[in-house]
Design a protein around this ligand. Structure first.
Ligand SMILES: Cc1ncc(COP(=O)(O)O)c(C=O)c1O
Length: 405
């Protein structure tokens, strides 16, 4: 049986995961140092607490949590999340628990996108979301960023241009904190100005937030969701998706969404059809983790653990990179972004880097189709040892220098 002609249109045009392919192409190279993946360090997983909680939850609450659960998510977890985040007046109906942020992003996209609709995002942005939007039929347009976040003048002119061309722009997708892939965090002023612009333009915002709690330096910046709700008295503009992947462990597949109650209920309908419910045992374990007060000290421990790795990567870049290379200096998250000289392609560098036994993700992979920039690359600092960072950045610096000479 040949199925190829029978696949649906979206399946036929679906791209494979470029990043997975790239990572796979370097897997069997002995001695290779990889800054490619987006993995948290397994040393940060709270294994002992979780093993105790999983066992207790099954022993004490197994009759309930081994049963099918509610599609909206565990009510007890929602109550703990509302307390943890400190929102007054936020109701459980404005919240949905999902199987990782990936599912939350998918449900939001399914709720809004018709083929031909436009989604705006930062350029570069998280590839996983871009391919989801494109697979559902959206045209994705990237807006440049500077060190303070998305460029609002360019955003405004893109909105005007697309609307004048009769396009239906459904939402702006943004990652304001320690953005994947750039590591850039949007400043508070930029966040406020973005909300004003989107409010005036009637453009909903999807705020993807897997990294804001991984801040190693300085004070947190309020999320777009919090600013819109508290400062603009608007709980209708922003939908925020918070993942536990980089806090508890991506294998738990747990995230939550806050947004307008009606949007949440439509997303819940998608969840009903696709997953029935997130894993009920895991949800209850997360509930007890929060309730017993483990979350705050755990996040502090993770941040203390990661900070020296970020510092090491930044200082090795300082030591090894020629002056024509620049990079972001994040205060948290898991990525640093490098700009190479204009005429240097990180796609080509990637191939040569394999011989130098070091790897990364070329920046072109993080742009919407047709809008790629090639003189940039992403480095992860949370999945390598100090020694690997020293050695790997040394190898990369040497390679880049050799390309300039
Ligand atoms: C910006 C961004 N959004 C979403 C995700 C997916 O998160 P989850 O593991 O919760 O599905 C990631 C994971 O790397 C990410 O970087």
């Amino acid at each position: 049986m040949d199925y190829t002609k029978e696949y649906s249109q979206p399946t036929q045009s679906m791209k494979s995961s470029l990043i997975r392919e790239l990572v796979a192409s370097t897997r069997n190279i002995p001695g290779l140092i990889s800054f490619a993946g987006g993995f948290p360090s397994p040393s940060t997983f709270p294994k002992d607490i979780l093993s105790d909680l999983y066992s207790r939850v099954i022993i004490e609450e197994g009759m309930e949590v081994l049963q099918y659960g509610a599609s909206e998510g565990d009510r007890q977890l929602k109550e703990e999340l509302i307390k943890w985040e400190g929102y007054r007046g936020l109701t459980p109906e404005e919240m949905l628990i999902t199987v990782g942020a990936t599912n939350g992003i998918y449900y939001y996209a399914k709720t809004f996108i018709n083929p031909g609709d436009v989604i705006l995002c930062e350029a570069p942005s998280f590839l996983g979301s871009l391919v989801t939007f494109e697979a559902i039929g959206a045209e994705v347009h990237g807006i440049d960023m500077n060190g303070e976040g998305i460029d609002l003048e360019k955003l405004q002119s893109k909105i005007t241009e697309l609307r004048a061309a009769g396009k239906n722009i459904k939402f702006l997708y943004t990652i304001p904190d320690f953005q994947n892939p750039s590591g850039i965090s949007m400043t508070l002023q930029r966040r406020k100005d973005l909300i004003s612009l989107c409010e005036a333009s009637q453009l909903p915002i999807m705020e993807d937030n897997p990294y804001s709690r991984l801040r190693f330096l300085n004070k947190p910046i309020a999320t777009l969701y919090a600013i819109a709700r508290k400062d603009f008295n608007n709980s209708n503009l922003v939908t925020e998706i918070v993942s536990f992947s980089k806090i508890l462990g991506p294998g738990m597949r747990l995230a939550f969404v806050k947004g307008p109650a009606d949007v949440i209920s439509k997303m819940e309908s998608w969840q009903q059809k696709i997953n029935v419910t997130p894993d009920c045992v895991t949800q209850r374990v997360a509930t007890r983790f929060l309730e017993k007060g483990f979350m705050t000290p755990h996040i502090k421990t993770i941040c203390e653990f990661y900070k020296p790795f970020l510092n090491k990567m930044l200082s090795e870049l300082d030591k090894n990179m020629p002056s024509c290379v620049t990079w972001t200096k994040p205060e948290g998250g898991i990525f640093v972004w490098l700009w190479l000289p204009e005429n240097m392609s990180a796609d080509e560098l990637f191939v040569k880097a394999k011989d130098h036994k070091v790897t990364f993700i070329p920046g072109s992979k993080f742009y919407p189709t047709g809008q790629e920039k090639v003189n940039c690359l992403r480095l992860n600092f949370t999945f390598s040892s100090m020694q690997q960072i020293e050695e790997g950045i040394g190898r990369l610096g040497e390679l880049i220098r050799s390309q300039i000479d």
